[in-house]
Design a binder for this molecule. Sequence first.
Ligand code: MG
Length: 162
Amino acid sequence: MSILRIGLGHDLHQLVEGRRFLLAGIVLPSEKGELGHSDGDVLAHAVMDALLGAAALGDIGELFPPSDPTWKDADSMGLLRSAFSLVTAKGWRLVNLDCIVVCETPKVLPHRETIRASLAAALSVGMEAVFVKGKTNERMDSTGAGLAVEATAVCLLERVEH
Ligand code: MG
């Protein structure tokens, strides 16, 4: 018997000068980047919460609390790999992952395939199981004003039980 579970993750980071703009470990050319205790990789964080949520294994704030100096400037793709290892240790396999990144600039589309490849490699799936879309907020609200970047991720996990 196969058990399926959906997971949902969302994150937002403020954009400031002097930081890298990271999406799933890929640096996009930008005058501003994500502020954060870790490296601020908003997409890695949303994906991590989707995976952990589907497996009911907690969330990023519990696993890697920002109050803990261990995670200062942490490589979020490393955190994603270690969170995913908790998920796979419980017998779950990733069926697919779909993501939305919302920011006014930079454009996500020119980097989409690189970002998909980075996530697929970290999660041990083919690129066809991972998709990423870039959107803007039509200059509305703080994200639309270029003050923040947001990411949402949804995933499907499968576990086969005998
Ligand atoms: Mg975050």
